[in-house]
Design a protein around this ligand. Structure first.
Ligand code: ZN
Ligand code: ZN
Ligand code: ZN
Length: 253
């Protein structure tokens, strides 16, 4: 199984429009972060977790040429609003988009034009919104387990695919979800910045959650412009944790 981080940035992306801070003006390419998204594939199955506003650019950059499912973590704009750009990947069949019941309802509202009857060729993606709130399901030969997380008061969905866990947009992991994460090999987890936030893990909070899950390695994602890649990299020295960056790719069994 191969994993590509399509985007490692928070909701504004980095650089932030109009900002001239040291990270937004950094010459390190790893400080340029599209909105958070992940591509997971093996020989026969291709899954994208979240289609943010840069999905088209991310798909072109990573060379995504087929898509069997979209997994939705939640319906915030930075995770959903690029969904229309799955159109070239539909190839006359519907792509399932999985989320929990509330996320699916919100996504349906947001993309109401998809379900309006129009002439053929009306520029709409072929997608089926499916409720994944009932536990494990399969996409091709990959097994997917939704992992309920808390993003402030909003329940978001992390996903475990095989021994990979993607846990973004969260500031708490419910007890029952830790049980679903047992035996995870690689964790990619939300770590917005060094200081605390009402809806996202800080770097130290993410480290604490990683230590409890105890994977072989972990990557921090959904990073904002208060944190430079190199600075975070040195902070994590000696741990089996690294900052994610756009284009980071790794394999796992
Ligand atoms: Zn987000
Ligand atoms: Zn900035
Ligand atoms: Zn969010």
């Amino acid at each position: 199984m191969n994993v590509v981080v399509l985007g490692s940035g928070t909701s504004h992306g980095v650089p932030v429009i109009g900002c001239d801070c040291r990270v937004c003006t950094s010459s390190d390419a790893r400080d340029r972060r599209y909105r958070a998204s992940l591509w997971v594939r093996d020989e026969s199955t291709s899954i994208v977790i979240d289609t943010g506003p840069e999905f088209r650019l991310q798909a072109l950059r990573a060379g995504i040429d087929r898509l069997d499912a979209v997994l939705l973590t939640h319906a915030h704009a930075d995770h959903l609003h690029g969904l229309d750009d799955v159109r070239p990947l539909c190839h006359h069949r519907s792509i399932p988009v999985y989320g929990n019941a509330g996320q699916i309802e919100e996504a349906r509202e947001r993309f109401s034009y998809i379900f309006r009857h129009t002439q053929m060729g009306g520029g709409k993606p072929l997608v089926d919104f499916l409720d994944a709130g009932k536990g494990k399901f399969a996409v091709g030969d990959l097994e997917v387990t939704p992992i309920p997380l808390m993003h402030g008061r909003l329940e978001t969905s992390g996903y475990r695919i095989g021994n990979l866990a993607y846990l973004t947009d969260c500031n708490a992991i419910p007890e029952a979800s830790y049980a679903l994460l047992e035996g995870t090999e690689v964790v990619v987890i939300d770590a917005l910045r060094f200081t605390t936030h009402e809806t996202h893990f800080s770097v130290d909070e993410a480290i604490e959650a990683i230590e409890r899950i105890n994977p072989a390695r972990a990557y921090l994602t959904h990073i904002c412009h208060a944190v430079g890649h190199e600075e975070l990299n040195s902070y994590l020295k000696g741990k089996k944790i690294e900052p994610a960056f756009d284009g980071l790719s790794f394999d796992l069994g």
